[in-house]
Design a protein around this ligand. Structure first.
Ligand code: GLY
Ligand code: MN
Ligand code: MN
Length: 465
Protein backbone atom coordinates (compact mmCIF):
# COMPACT_ATOMS: atom_id res chain seq x y z
CA UNK A 1 0.00 0.00 0.00
CA UNK A 2 1.30 3.45 -0.80
CA UNK A 3 -0.52 6.28 0.81
CA UNK A 4 -0.16 9.52 -1.02
CA UNK A 5 -0.86 12.36 1.31
CA UNK A 6 -2.06 15.21 -0.93
CA UNK A 7 -0.09 18.48 -0.98
CA UNK A 8 -3.18 20.26 0.28
CA UNK A 9 -2.74 18.55 3.67
CA UNK A 10 0.72 20.07 4.14
CA UNK A 11 -0.48 23.43 2.77
CA UNK A 12 -3.32 23.44 5.27
CA UNK A 13 -0.89 22.66 8.13
CA UNK A 14 1.38 25.52 7.01
CA UNK A 15 -1.62 27.86 6.87
CA UNK A 16 -2.72 26.85 10.38
CA UNK A 17 0.80 27.40 11.67
CA UNK A 18 1.18 30.74 9.84
CA UNK A 19 -1.99 31.98 11.51
CA UNK A 20 -0.35 31.37 14.91
CA UNK A 21 2.91 33.23 14.22
CA UNK A 22 1.45 36.61 15.14
CA UNK A 23 1.63 39.79 13.09
CA UNK A 24 5.02 40.00 11.43
CA UNK A 25 6.07 36.52 12.58
CA UNK A 26 8.44 34.32 10.58
CA UNK A 27 9.28 30.64 11.11
CA UNK A 28 12.46 28.79 10.14
CA UNK A 29 12.18 25.01 10.05
CA UNK A 30 15.26 23.07 8.93
CA UNK A 31 15.21 19.37 8.19
CA UNK A 32 17.67 17.01 9.89
CA UNK A 33 21.37 16.95 9.00
CA UNK A 34 23.01 13.88 7.49
CA UNK A 35 25.13 12.15 10.09
CA UNK A 36 28.28 10.10 9.67
CA UNK A 37 28.35 6.75 11.44
CA UNK A 38 32.00 6.07 10.85
CA UNK A 39 34.50 6.89 8.14
CA UNK A 40 32.62 7.62 4.89
CA UNK A 41 29.50 5.74 6.04
CA UNK A 42 26.43 7.73 6.95
CA UNK A 43 23.55 6.65 9.18
CA UNK A 44 20.42 5.94 7.19
CA UNK A 45 19.03 9.40 6.53
CA UNK A 46 15.89 10.36 8.46
CA UNK A 47 14.23 13.74 7.86
CA UNK A 48 13.23 16.01 10.74
CA UNK A 49 9.71 15.31 11.97
CA UNK A 50 8.64 19.00 12.27
CA UNK A 51 9.91 19.79 8.80
CA UNK A 52 8.24 16.72 7.31
CA UNK A 53 4.94 17.50 9.02
CA UNK A 54 4.89 20.86 7.22
CA UNK A 55 6.25 19.83 3.81
CA UNK A 56 6.09 16.05 3.22
CA UNK A 57 9.62 16.45 1.81
CA UNK A 58 12.23 13.83 2.72
CA UNK A 59 15.44 15.10 1.07
CA UNK A 60 18.32 16.26 3.26
CA UNK A 61 19.71 19.80 3.14
CA UNK A 62 16.34 21.58 3.10
CA UNK A 63 14.78 24.35 5.16
CA UNK A 64 11.27 25.82 5.19
CA UNK A 65 10.68 29.52 5.81
CA UNK A 66 7.11 30.50 6.56
CA UNK A 67 5.73 33.97 7.22
CA UNK A 68 2.61 35.00 9.08
CA UNK A 69 0.92 36.05 5.83
CA UNK A 70 1.08 32.38 4.80
CA UNK A 71 3.94 32.65 2.26
CA UNK A 72 6.13 29.54 2.24
CA UNK A 73 9.65 29.36 0.80
CA UNK A 74 11.51 26.09 0.55
CA UNK A 75 15.29 26.06 0.37
CA UNK A 76 16.46 22.72 -1.08
CA UNK A 77 19.44 21.13 -2.75
CA UNK A 78 19.77 22.22 -6.39
CA UNK A 79 19.84 19.77 -9.27
CA UNK A 80 23.42 18.55 -9.74
CA UNK A 81 24.15 15.90 -12.36
CA UNK A 82 27.38 14.81 -10.71
CA UNK A 83 26.04 14.64 -7.12
CA UNK A 84 22.93 12.84 -8.33
CA UNK A 85 25.14 10.10 -9.83
CA UNK A 86 26.59 9.50 -6.37
CA UNK A 87 23.74 10.30 -3.99
CA UNK A 88 20.57 9.93 -6.04
CA UNK A 89 17.75 12.05 -7.38
CA UNK A 90 17.15 15.58 -6.18
CA UNK A 91 13.87 17.37 -6.73
CA UNK A 92 15.55 20.77 -7.10
CA UNK A 93 14.01 24.21 -6.51
CA UNK A 94 12.66 24.56 -10.08
CA UNK A 95 10.37 21.54 -9.65
CA UNK A 96 9.67 22.02 -5.94
CA UNK A 97 6.96 24.65 -6.26
CA UNK A 98 4.73 22.45 -8.40
CA UNK A 99 5.67 19.18 -6.69
CA UNK A 100 5.20 20.36 -3.10
CA UNK A 101 2.79 23.28 -3.38
CA UNK A 102 5.07 25.82 -1.69
CA UNK A 103 4.98 29.43 -2.90
CA UNK A 104 8.67 29.70 -3.76
CA UNK A 105 11.74 27.49 -3.79
CA UNK A 106 15.41 28.49 -3.80
CA UNK A 107 18.73 26.66 -3.74
CA UNK A 108 19.81 25.69 -0.22
CA UNK A 109 23.16 27.40 -0.83
CA UNK A 110 21.36 30.78 -0.87
CA UNK A 111 19.97 30.41 2.66
CA UNK A 112 22.69 32.47 4.38
CA UNK A 113 22.43 35.21 1.80
CA UNK A 114 18.61 35.39 1.66
CA UNK A 115 17.63 34.98 5.30
CA UNK A 116 18.83 38.39 6.59
CA UNK A 117 16.49 40.09 4.11
CA UNK A 118 13.63 37.75 5.01
CA UNK A 119 14.16 38.47 8.71
CA UNK A 120 14.32 42.24 8.35
CA UNK A 121 11.37 44.14 9.88
CA UNK A 122 9.85 41.00 11.40
CA UNK A 123 8.32 41.06 14.88
CA UNK A 124 9.29 37.55 15.99
CA UNK A 125 11.51 34.74 14.71
CA UNK A 126 10.17 31.27 15.46
CA UNK A 127 12.44 28.23 15.19
CA UNK A 128 12.74 24.90 17.02
CA UNK A 129 14.86 25.53 20.14
CA UNK A 130 15.89 22.04 21.17
CA UNK A 131 16.10 19.88 18.07
CA UNK A 132 18.94 21.40 16.00
CA UNK A 133 22.30 21.91 17.68
CA UNK A 134 23.78 25.23 16.59
CA UNK A 135 20.59 26.66 15.07
CA UNK A 136 20.37 29.50 17.60
CA UNK A 137 23.88 30.60 16.59
CA UNK A 138 22.92 30.43 12.91
CA UNK A 139 19.84 32.57 13.55
CA UNK A 140 22.08 35.03 15.35
CA UNK A 141 24.38 34.99 12.33
CA UNK A 142 21.44 35.78 10.03
CA UNK A 143 20.34 38.61 12.33
CA UNK A 144 23.74 40.32 12.40
CA UNK A 145 23.42 41.87 8.93
CA UNK A 146 19.94 43.08 9.94
CA UNK A 147 21.41 44.73 13.05
CA UNK A 148 24.00 46.41 10.86
CA UNK A 149 21.20 47.98 8.82
CA UNK A 150 19.27 49.30 11.80
CA UNK A 151 20.78 52.77 11.41
CA UNK A 152 19.40 52.84 7.85
CA UNK A 153 15.93 52.23 9.20
CA UNK A 154 15.72 48.42 9.26
CA UNK A 155 14.02 46.75 12.24
CA UNK A 156 15.70 43.75 13.82
CA UNK A 157 13.16 41.23 15.18
CA UNK A 158 12.96 41.93 18.93
CA UNK A 159 11.65 38.47 19.83
CA UNK A 160 12.60 34.84 19.27
CA UNK A 161 10.27 32.01 20.23
CA UNK A 162 10.26 28.22 20.25
CA UNK A 163 8.40 26.91 17.21
CA UNK A 164 7.93 23.54 18.92
CA UNK A 165 5.39 25.12 21.27
CA UNK A 166 3.07 25.64 18.31
CA UNK A 167 3.77 22.57 16.18
CA UNK A 168 3.79 20.15 19.15
CA UNK A 169 0.18 21.03 19.83
CA UNK A 170 -0.73 20.51 16.17
CA UNK A 171 1.09 17.18 15.98
CA UNK A 172 -0.47 15.89 19.19
CA UNK A 173 -3.89 15.44 17.57
CA UNK A 174 -3.54 13.24 14.51
CA UNK A 175 -5.61 13.83 11.36
CA UNK A 176 -7.16 11.11 9.20
CA UNK A 177 -4.07 10.88 6.95
CA UNK A 178 -1.79 10.39 9.90
CA UNK A 179 -4.05 7.80 11.48
CA UNK A 180 -4.20 5.83 8.22
CA UNK A 181 -0.39 5.71 8.11
CA UNK A 182 -0.17 4.77 11.78
CA UNK A 183 -2.70 1.96 11.38
CA UNK A 184 -0.68 0.65 8.47
CA UNK A 185 2.60 0.80 10.43
CA UNK A 186 0.83 -0.97 13.31
CA UNK A 187 -0.44 -3.77 11.07
CA UNK A 188 3.00 -4.44 9.61
CA UNK A 189 4.54 -4.50 13.08
CA UNK A 190 1.85 -6.84 14.41
CA UNK A 191 2.59 -9.31 11.62
CA UNK A 192 6.30 -9.01 12.34
CA UNK A 193 5.73 -10.02 15.97
CA UNK A 194 3.70 -13.04 14.88
CA UNK A 195 6.44 -14.01 12.46
CA UNK A 196 9.12 -13.81 15.17
CA UNK A 197 7.03 -15.84 17.65
CA UNK A 198 6.36 -18.55 15.09
CA UNK A 199 9.96 -18.81 13.98
CA UNK A 200 11.09 -19.11 17.58
CA UNK A 201 8.79 -22.04 18.35
CA UNK A 202 9.48 -23.70 15.00
CA UNK A 203 13.25 -23.62 15.44
CA UNK A 204 13.09 -24.93 19.00
CA UNK A 205 10.76 -27.74 17.90
CA UNK A 206 13.28 -28.67 15.21
CA UNK A 207 16.03 -28.81 17.84
CA UNK A 208 17.83 -25.80 16.35
CA UNK A 209 19.71 -23.23 18.35
CA UNK A 210 17.81 -19.94 18.51
CA UNK A 211 19.56 -16.64 19.15
CA UNK A 212 18.00 -13.24 19.72
CA UNK A 213 19.28 -12.09 16.33
CA UNK A 214 17.28 -14.80 14.56
CA UNK A 215 14.10 -13.19 15.85
CA UNK A 216 15.37 -9.70 15.07
CA UNK A 217 15.93 -10.87 11.50
CA UNK A 218 12.27 -11.91 11.23
CA UNK A 219 11.12 -8.48 12.43
CA UNK A 220 13.31 -6.69 9.92
CA UNK A 221 12.23 -8.98 7.11
CA UNK A 222 8.56 -8.31 7.72
CA UNK A 223 9.09 -4.54 8.09
CA UNK A 224 10.99 -4.21 4.82
CA UNK A 225 8.84 -6.76 2.99
CA UNK A 226 5.91 -4.38 3.45
CA UNK A 227 7.65 -1.16 2.55
CA UNK A 228 8.62 0.16 5.95
CA UNK A 229 11.75 2.26 5.63
CA UNK A 230 13.27 1.23 8.98
CA UNK A 231 12.50 0.20 12.54
CA UNK A 232 11.03 3.19 14.41
CA UNK A 233 13.59 2.59 17.21
CA UNK A 234 16.19 0.00 18.11
CA UNK A 235 14.37 -3.32 18.41
CA UNK A 236 14.48 -5.01 21.80
CA UNK A 237 14.62 -8.80 21.56
CA UNK A 238 15.35 -9.99 25.07
CA UNK A 239 15.60 -13.67 26.01
CA UNK A 240 15.08 -14.77 29.61
CA UNK A 241 16.63 -12.47 32.21
CA UNK A 242 17.57 -9.91 29.54
CA UNK A 243 13.91 -8.83 29.57
CA UNK A 244 14.57 -7.15 32.92
CA UNK A 245 16.96 -4.72 31.21
CA UNK A 246 14.58 -2.03 30.00
CA UNK A 247 16.78 -0.71 27.19
CA UNK A 248 18.21 -4.05 26.10
CA UNK A 249 18.78 -4.39 22.34
CA UNK A 250 18.51 -7.47 20.14
CA UNK A 251 21.86 -9.19 20.63
CA UNK A 252 23.20 -12.72 20.44
CA UNK A 253 21.99 -14.38 23.63
CA UNK A 254 20.55 -17.89 23.24
CA UNK A 255 16.77 -18.23 23.42
CA UNK A 256 16.07 -21.25 25.59
CA UNK A 257 13.03 -23.47 25.78
CA UNK A 258 11.21 -22.80 29.05
CA UNK A 259 12.16 -19.11 29.10
CA UNK A 260 10.18 -16.06 28.07
CA UNK A 261 11.13 -13.74 25.23
CA UNK A 262 10.24 -10.05 25.33
CA UNK A 263 10.14 -8.27 21.96
CA UNK A 264 9.60 -4.51 21.84
CA UNK A 265 9.75 -3.52 18.18
CA UNK A 266 7.80 -1.46 15.69
CA UNK A 267 8.36 -0.22 12.18
CA UNK A 268 8.31 3.30 10.82
CA UNK A 269 6.12 3.67 7.75
CA UNK A 270 6.24 6.88 5.69
CA UNK A 271 7.47 8.80 8.70
CA UNK A 272 5.08 7.34 11.30
CA UNK A 273 6.04 5.02 14.15
CA UNK A 274 4.47 1.99 15.71
CA UNK A 275 5.55 0.58 19.07
CA UNK A 276 4.55 -2.95 20.12
CA UNK A 277 5.74 -5.19 22.93
CA UNK A 278 4.82 -8.82 23.30
CA UNK A 279 6.17 -11.35 25.76
CA UNK A 280 5.85 -15.02 24.89
CA UNK A 281 7.20 -18.40 25.96
CA UNK A 282 10.08 -19.40 23.67
CA UNK A 283 8.70 -22.90 23.17
CA UNK A 284 5.07 -21.80 22.89
CA UNK A 285 3.88 -22.95 26.36
CA UNK A 286 3.73 -20.68 29.43
CA UNK A 287 4.84 -22.27 32.71
CA UNK A 288 2.61 -21.74 35.78
CA UNK A 289 4.57 -18.81 37.28
CA UNK A 290 5.09 -17.21 33.86
CA UNK A 291 1.38 -17.43 33.17
CA UNK A 292 0.46 -16.03 36.60
CA UNK A 293 2.65 -12.98 36.10
CA UNK A 294 1.56 -12.58 32.48
CA UNK A 295 -2.11 -12.67 33.47
CA UNK A 296 -1.45 -9.94 36.01
CA UNK A 297 0.26 -7.65 33.49
CA UNK A 298 -2.55 -8.32 31.01
CA UNK A 299 -5.22 -7.51 33.61
CA UNK A 300 -3.40 -4.27 34.39
CA UNK A 301 -3.30 -3.43 30.69
CA UNK A 302 -7.04 -4.11 30.37
CA UNK A 303 -7.66 -1.68 33.22
CA UNK A 304 -5.51 0.94 31.49
CA UNK A 305 -7.28 0.40 28.16
CA UNK A 306 -10.65 0.88 29.87
CA UNK A 307 -9.36 4.17 31.33
CA UNK A 308 -8.23 5.51 27.94
CA UNK A 309 -10.94 7.69 26.44
CA UNK A 310 -11.62 11.29 25.51
CA UNK A 311 -12.06 13.41 28.62
CA UNK A 312 -9.87 11.23 30.84
CA UNK A 313 -6.49 12.52 32.04
CA UNK A 314 -3.26 11.11 30.58
CA UNK A 315 -2.37 9.74 34.03
CA UNK A 316 -5.59 7.74 34.45
CA UNK A 317 -4.42 4.65 32.49
CA UNK A 318 -1.22 4.64 34.57
CA UNK A 319 -3.13 4.89 37.83
CA UNK A 320 -5.45 2.08 36.72
CA UNK A 321 -2.44 -0.10 35.85
CA UNK A 322 -0.74 0.54 39.18
CA UNK A 323 -3.88 -0.34 41.16
CA UNK A 324 -4.14 -3.75 39.46
CA UNK A 325 -0.41 -4.47 39.68
CA UNK A 326 -0.26 -3.50 43.36
CA UNK A 327 -3.08 -5.91 44.24
CA UNK A 328 -1.52 -8.68 42.12
CA UNK A 329 1.93 -8.26 43.63
CA UNK A 330 0.39 -8.79 47.08
CA UNK A 331 -1.73 -11.73 45.87
CA UNK A 332 1.25 -13.48 44.24
CA UNK A 333 3.49 -12.91 47.26
CA UNK A 334 5.98 -10.66 45.47
CA UNK A 335 5.11 -8.06 48.08
CA UNK A 336 4.47 -9.23 51.61
CA UNK A 337 1.23 -7.99 53.17
CA UNK A 338 2.78 -7.97 56.65
CA UNK A 339 5.56 -5.70 55.47
CA UNK A 340 3.73 -3.56 52.93
CA UNK A 341 0.16 -3.43 54.24
CA UNK A 342 -2.81 -2.81 51.99
CA UNK A 343 -3.02 -2.05 48.27
CA UNK A 344 -3.46 1.59 49.19
CA UNK A 345 -0.19 1.52 51.16
CA UNK A 346 1.62 -0.16 48.26
CA UNK A 347 0.41 2.59 45.93
CA UNK A 348 1.05 5.50 48.27
CA UNK A 349 4.55 4.32 49.24
CA UNK A 350 5.30 3.26 45.66
CA UNK A 351 6.33 -0.17 46.97
CA UNK A 352 5.61 -1.62 43.51
CA UNK A 353 8.47 0.45 42.06
CA UNK A 354 11.19 -2.29 42.15
CA UNK A 355 8.93 -4.33 39.82
CA UNK A 356 7.35 -1.53 37.78
CA UNK A 357 9.61 1.46 37.30
CA UNK A 358 8.31 3.11 34.11
CA UNK A 359 5.20 4.97 33.07
CA UNK A 360 2.31 3.20 31.36
CA UNK A 361 2.54 5.15 28.12
CA UNK A 362 3.71 8.04 26.00
CA UNK A 363 2.48 9.94 22.98
CA UNK A 364 3.15 8.19 19.68
CA UNK A 365 3.34 9.71 16.21
CA UNK A 366 6.18 10.54 13.86
CA UNK A 367 8.53 10.15 16.80
CA UNK A 368 8.16 7.04 18.91
CA UNK A 369 8.21 9.20 22.03
CA UNK A 370 6.19 11.84 20.27
CA UNK A 371 5.97 15.52 21.05
CA UNK A 372 3.18 17.21 22.96
CA UNK A 373 2.79 18.52 26.48
CA UNK A 374 1.72 16.05 29.15
CA UNK A 375 0.24 18.94 31.14
CA UNK A 376 -3.19 20.35 30.33
CA UNK A 377 -2.34 23.73 28.73
CA UNK A 378 -5.23 25.61 30.30
CA UNK A 379 -4.20 24.42 33.79
CA UNK A 380 -0.41 24.94 33.83
CA UNK A 381 -0.77 27.49 36.62
CA UNK A 382 -2.36 25.00 39.01
CA UNK A 383 0.75 23.72 40.76
CA UNK A 384 0.57 21.37 43.70
CA UNK A 385 3.48 19.95 45.68
CA UNK A 386 3.99 16.47 47.06
CA UNK A 387 6.85 14.54 48.61
CA UNK A 388 8.02 11.48 46.73
CA UNK A 389 7.85 8.58 49.22
CA UNK A 390 10.96 6.87 47.81
CA UNK A 391 13.40 9.73 47.15
CA UNK A 392 12.02 12.23 49.66
CA UNK A 393 12.19 14.89 46.93
CA UNK A 394 9.53 17.55 46.62
CA UNK A 395 7.79 17.22 43.28
CA UNK A 396 5.70 19.88 41.59
CA UNK A 397 2.63 18.42 39.93
CA UNK A 398 0.48 20.12 37.33
CA UNK A 399 -2.85 18.78 36.09
CA UNK A 400 -2.26 16.03 33.56
CA UNK A 401 -3.35 16.38 29.95
CA UNK A 402 -6.98 15.73 29.13
CA UNK A 403 -7.20 13.17 26.33
CA UNK A 404 -8.92 14.27 23.14
CA UNK A 405 -10.10 12.29 20.09
CA UNK A 406 -7.21 11.75 17.66
CA UNK A 407 -4.46 11.69 20.26
CA UNK A 408 -2.36 8.52 20.07
CA UNK A 409 -0.58 6.96 23.02
CA UNK A 410 0.95 3.65 23.99
CA UNK A 411 -0.40 1.48 26.81
CA UNK A 412 2.50 -0.58 28.08
CA UNK A 413 2.45 -1.95 31.61
CA UNK A 414 5.11 -4.43 32.68
CA UNK A 415 6.67 -6.31 35.57
CA UNK A 416 10.37 -7.02 35.94
CA UNK A 417 11.46 -9.37 38.71
CA UNK A 418 15.07 -9.39 39.78
CA UNK A 419 16.15 -11.74 42.55
CA UNK A 420 15.79 -10.07 45.94
CA UNK A 421 15.15 -11.19 49.51
CA UNK A 422 11.55 -12.22 49.98
CA UNK A 423 10.80 -12.48 46.25
CA UNK A 424 9.64 -16.05 45.44
CA UNK A 425 12.25 -17.81 43.32
CA UNK A 426 9.68 -19.02 40.81
CA UNK A 427 9.39 -15.43 39.52
CA UNK A 428 13.09 -14.57 39.44
CA UNK A 429 14.36 -13.11 36.15
CA UNK A 430 10.90 -12.87 34.58
CA UNK A 431 10.39 -9.67 32.61
CA UNK A 432 6.99 -9.09 31.03
CA UNK A 433 5.64 -6.10 29.13
CA UNK A 434 2.58 -5.84 26.92
CA UNK A 435 2.41 -2.73 24.73
CA UNK A 436 -0.29 -1.58 22.33
CA UNK A 437 -0.88 1.67 20.44
CA UNK A 438 -4.18 3.39 21.15
CA UNK A 439 -6.09 6.10 19.30
CA UNK A 440 -8.31 8.10 21.64
CA UNK A 441 -11.97 8.18 20.66
CA UNK A 442 -15.02 9.56 22.43
CA UNK A 443 -15.98 6.96 25.02
CA UNK A 444 -13.00 4.66 24.49
CA UNK A 445 -9.95 3.89 22.41
CA UNK A 446 -8.96 1.88 19.36
CA UNK A 447 -6.01 -0.49 19.71
CA UNK A 448 -4.27 -0.40 16.34
CA UNK A 449 -1.82 -3.14 17.20
CA UNK A 450 -4.08 -6.06 18.08
CA UNK A 451 -3.23 -7.83 14.82
CA UNK A 452 -0.89 -9.69 17.17
CA UNK A 453 -2.81 -11.25 20.06
CA UNK A 454 -2.19 -10.65 23.75
CA UNK A 455 -4.33 -13.41 25.22
CA UNK A 456 -1.97 -16.17 26.41
CA UNK A 457 -4.10 -18.95 24.90
CA UNK A 458 -4.08 -17.22 21.53
CA UNK A 459 -0.31 -16.73 21.69
CA UNK A 460 0.14 -20.41 22.48
CA UNK A 461 -2.19 -21.36 19.62
CA UNK A 462 -0.38 -19.29 17.02
CA UNK A 463 2.97 -20.66 18.17
CA UNK A 464 1.67 -24.23 17.70
CA UNK A 465 0.80 -23.53 14.05
N1 GLY B 1 10.06 1.22 22.52
C1 GLY B 1 10.14 2.38 23.29
C2 GLY B 1 9.07 2.43 24.27
O1 GLY B 1 8.38 1.44 24.45
O2 GLY B 1 8.81 3.41 24.86
MN1 MN C 1 6.53 2.60 24.07
MN1 MN D 1 8.03 -0.08 23.00
Amino acid sequence: MTQNVPNSVYAERRARLAAQLGDGGIAIVPTAPERMRNRDSDYLYRHDSYFYYLTGFTEPGACLVLTSDGQSTLFCNPKDAEREIWDGYRLGPEAAVAALGVHAALPAGELDQRLPRLLENRACVWYPFATHAGLAARVDGWLNPVRARVRYGALCPPRQADLCLLVDEMRLVKDAHELALMRHAAQISAQAHIRAMQRCARMLRAGQEVREYHLDAELLHEFREHGSQAPAYGSIVAAGANACVLHYRADKAPVRSGELVLIDAGCEYDGYASDITRTFPANGRFTGPQRALYDLVLASQEAAVAATKAGARFTEPHDATVAVLAQGLLDLGLLNTNQHGSVQDVIEKRAYFPFYMHRTGHWLGMDVHDCGSYVEPSEVGQVSERRDPLSGETIQDRPSRILRPGMVLTIEPGLYVRPAPGVPEAFHHLGIRIEDDAVVHPGGCELMTRGVPVQPDEIEALMRD
